[in-house]
Design a protein around this ligand. Structure first.
Ligand code: NAX
Ligand code: K
Length: 496
């Protein structure tokens, strides 16, 4: 659970700016470094109270400075401590050099890096922090590989070395930590792309930063948590089904009929006033048996869809739609709909082919593969800079975008960016995206704007997935729907 962490997420340049402002406002850099070392040392003792030996792997910048001061604290507490200087310890400058001297004074043994150096006890990774630029070079890359192969517990100082603070990408190679203690501001890169497998437990310490300095700096993104989520208002007693919109789901070609049904069921369970489903005639009976509340129509062509569109308030198009002529022709009516809509799955694939154009102010819900097709690049490029990809899609299509995957991002065309750090690997299962699209559509139908609907839907979906994920593999997407409904009621009660 990360609900107690701050909401603001920063990139490396912004954290450097925060450091500079704190120093200019009267807190010396060395004082901040001491506070950082105390915070890390506290976290180390709490996590590994009985560990007698500590090996600090230090680089050459201020991240190393933190490491030398941690070593000094551990030595003074009677632990057996060694610093392995991966960068030349003689070349340290400024506060980092002062920290090295403090470690020497405390009696810490400092030895140079060698491929066969012994790594004992808890390893403190103080190689690279926010100052990392470009792919990790040797000897750091070799040291990181040794840390990962050691099987020892690892505490990463500020962020796992090699992890890009802006994107969560491992720059060639990155430390796999059990515990990361991060300072001053949360870095966006701690939460997305490869980061969830590298950061381990995350502890944040603001180093007693002046809140007014923090407040003045525009954050790169907002971390979704109960306090920062949009809410649906309570319902008046006089409410009727027409007050909360009619969601129309279009999809479910032969062989993928369940996808559209999952979206429709999710929209129903998240409070849409009415839900209808336009699908292949072959699927109507089964859909009605499962959910008689959904108004289910078999559509062969655009002719029968036109009347359904005239009654709808919100559209979900794409789940199980296919890319053949049936799906293509139905999708061709969506741009003229003129009301809020969610484009998912094959609607996005058809958008990427240029077969159709999406109107502005829709909500697009690509996974990384679909995002790559939309931006005409490969998936690795999307994953290398997920915040950049989400922003680029939002700008290009003038739509809100949910870029799915661990550390899901929600981007608005005006530049707002939100990140969801909830979720569970058991959620890697077919049909969960269809549910998400339906949940978001229900929120559009209840008056939220696309970005806000996306944020609320993503968080509830991830939190529900987490609670089911605790039971292990094998989540069926439909299982999530009732849990999402309960979480929504906790977050946005129907009656106050
Ligand atoms: N006053 C401050 O600025 C504070 C900084 N703090 C710590 O300082 C860190 C930032 O310090 P720095 O800006 O000195 O940077 P780092 O210590 O993160 O890294 C800089 C060093 O890494 C090397 N380097 C950069 N890219 C590399 C690559 N691709 N391969 C190999 N080596 C590379 C540089 O040559 C330089 O020696 C934070 O992460 C945090 O741990 C904390 O002590 C809090 C206060
Ligand atoms: K580090």
């Amino acid at each position: 659970m990360t609900d107690s962490l701050p909401v603001a997420l920063y990139n490396a340049a912004q954290v450097r700016e925060l450091d500079a402002r704190l120093i200019a406002a009267g807190t010396p850099g060395f004082e901040l470094m001491q506070r950082a070392a105390h915070a890390a040392w506290r976290a180390l003792r709490r996590r590994w109270p009985d560990e007698e030996s500590i090996t600090v792997l230090a680089g050459r910048g201020n991240n190393a400075g933190d490491g030398y001061l941690i070593a000094a604290l551990a030595r003074r507490a009677g632990r057996q401590v060694k610093v392995v200087a991966v960068g030349d310890a003689q070349q340290l400058q400024g506060d980092a050099a002062l920290a090295r001297d403090a470690a020497r004074e405390a009696g810490v043994d400092i030895c140079p890096w060698a491929d066969d150096v012994t790594l004992e006890g808890v390893l403190v990774d103080a190689l690279l922090g926010t100052g990392l630029s470009g792919e990790v070079r040797d000897p750091y890359a070799g040291a990181i590989e040794r840390i990962n192969a050691s099987g020892r517990p690892v505490l990463a100082v500020d962020l796992p070395s090699g992890l890009c603070a802006d994107t969560g990408r491992a720059l060639g190679v990155a430390v796999r930590a059990d515990l990361t203690v991060t300072f001053i501001g949360l870095k966006l890169g701690l939460f997305t792309a490869q980061a969830p497998d590298l950061v381990g437990e995350l502890v944040f310490d603001d180093l007693q930063a002046d809140e007014t300095q923090l407040a003045r700096l525009q954050a790169a993104a907002t971390r979704l948590c109960p306090a920062s989520l949009p809410r649906l208002g309570p319902r008046p007693m006089t409410a009727h089904k027409g007050s909360f919109g009619q969601v129309l789901v279009i999809g479910g070609d032969l062989g993928t009929g369940g996808a559209a049904l999952l979206s429709a069921e999710a929209a129903l369970r998240c409070g849409a006033g009415m839900v209808s489903l336009a699908t292949r005639p072959e699927h109507v009976t089964a859909a009605l048996v499962r959910r008689p509340e959904i108004m289910c129509s078999g559509v062969e062509s655009t002719y029968s869809l036109t009347a359904l569109l005239a009654r709808a308030d919100v559209l979900v198009v794409g789940p199980g739609l296919g890319q053949a002529s049936w799906g293509r022709s139905l999708l061709s009516l969506a741009p003229g709909f003129g009301k809020p809509q969610v484009w998912d799955a094959d609607a996005l694939n058809l958008l990427a082919t240029g077969a159709v154009e999406v109107p502005p102010d829709c909500l697009l819900t690509p996974h990384p593969g679909e995002a790559a097709r939309l931006l005409q690049c490969d998936v690795a490029e999307i994953q290398a800079d997920r915040p950049g990809a989400a922003r680029a899609l939002a700008e290009r299509y003038r739509c809100a975008v949910i870029l799915k995957g661990a550390g899901t991002l929600i981007a608005a065309p005006d530049g707002r960016l939100a990140l969801c750090d909830r979720g569970h690997p058991a959620m890697a299962s077919a049909g969960l995206g269809d549910v998400l699209a339906g949940v978001a559509a229900a929120f559009l139908a209840q008056g939220l704007a696309p970005y806000e609907a996306g944020c609320l839907a993503v968080w509830l979906h991830a939190a529900a997935g987490e609670s089911h994920g605790r039971e292990g593999r094998g989540i069926a997407a439909a299982d999530l729907i009732t849990t999402i409904r309960h979480l929504l009621e906790e977050q946005s009660p129907c009656r106050m």
